[in-house]
Design a protein around this ligand. Structure first.
Ligand code: HEM
Length: 252
């Protein structure tokens, strides 16, 4: 069983490894929470806060907040927790990973309904799915659903027959890990394109005047891009000491 190698050397990390580990954990936590806090600040302070279908323009504001909250903050924590948690039994780590991703689902559903309503209830209605942003967004949501269903059945339900499904689950781990990272990167790209088009549509020529709102929107986008870099580093980084040959993504 590959993960045994890792457990044997688990506590043999040197100072530098611990320092790198802490930097990754602290930096990614600041960025994950920061992206959501900045988005909340932007829509509440500059875009009029929240409403439902009685005011479709304001209803739109739920879209960026819930999409960033779900696809970036919750999914990011879920990936990091799975990848970097060193203190819990692996089954608990898996359950927490599933739980964080499950919390993403209502955020994405409500966030999608909010933008869909804000288009269809506008006067005159705004056409749907014509932007590059909406196309990448649909692919991201599709991949997320596939990953969730596939992961749930392969790594949780198949545990009922642990020995019989071992080799199948082992073969699936790298596929699930790679597509998980792809989905997160696509979510980052979707958010950045959404922010850019909103900035251009809402601020118009004021965007080029370095307005406060434009700077906040750019800061949200920059935070999300930084997260793309930090999370991919965290995922590819070995969680095991240099002597152990095994990566956590190979754990079942
Ligand atoms: C991963 C996160 C996101 C996903 C999956 C996503 C998905 C989508 C989808 C599928 C649509 C099309 C809705 C329709 O045409 O009825 C849309 C619209 C829109 N989204 Fe997002 N979105 C995300 C994040 C964001 C963010 C952070 C913003 C920032 C403001 C944003 C801004 C917009 C805007 C302005 C529209 C309306 C114009 C359009 O259809 O492109 N989105 N989004």
């Amino acid at each position: 069983m590959p993960w045994r190698y890792e457990e044997e050397g688990d506590n043999s990390w040197g100072c530098a490894s611990w320092f790198e580990y802490l930097v990754v954990v602290v930096l990614s936590t600041i960025l994950l929470v920061g992206a959501l806090v900045l988005t909340l600040f932007w829509v509440i302070y500059y875009r009029g806060g929240f409403a439902w279908s009685e005011n479709p323009e304001i209803q739109f504001n739920l879209h960026p907040v819930l999409m960033v909250g779900g696809f970036i903050t919750l999914s990011g924590f879920s990936i990091l927790f799975y990848r970097l948690c060193r203190c819990l039994k692996h089954i608990y780590v898996k359950l927490a990973h599933t739980f964080f991703h499950a919390c993403t689902i209502p955020c994405v559903v409500i966030g999608f309904l909010a933008v869909f309503d804000s288009h269809n209830l506008a006067n005159p209605p705004i056409p749907n799915f014509y932007t590059l942003h909406s196309w990448i967004g649909l692919v991201t949501m599709g991949l997320f659903v596939l990953q969730f269903v596939f992961g749930f059945f392969t790594f949780l339900v198949c545990l009922c027959c642990e020995n019989g499904t071992y080799s199948c689950r082992a073969a699936m781990v790298p596929i699930h890990a790679s597509f998980g990272l792809v989905t997160f990167m696509l979510a980052c790209a979707t958010c950045v394109t959404g922010l850019t088009q909103k900035a251009i549509w809402k601020l118009g020529s004021a965007y080029s005047q370095w307005t406060e709102e434009g700077i906040i929107i750019n800061a949200i986008g920059a935070t999300i891009i930084a997260l793309g870099v930090v999370i991919s580093f965290a995922v590819r980084r070995s969680n095991a000491p240099a002597t152990a040959k095994v990566y956590v993504t190979e754990r079942l």
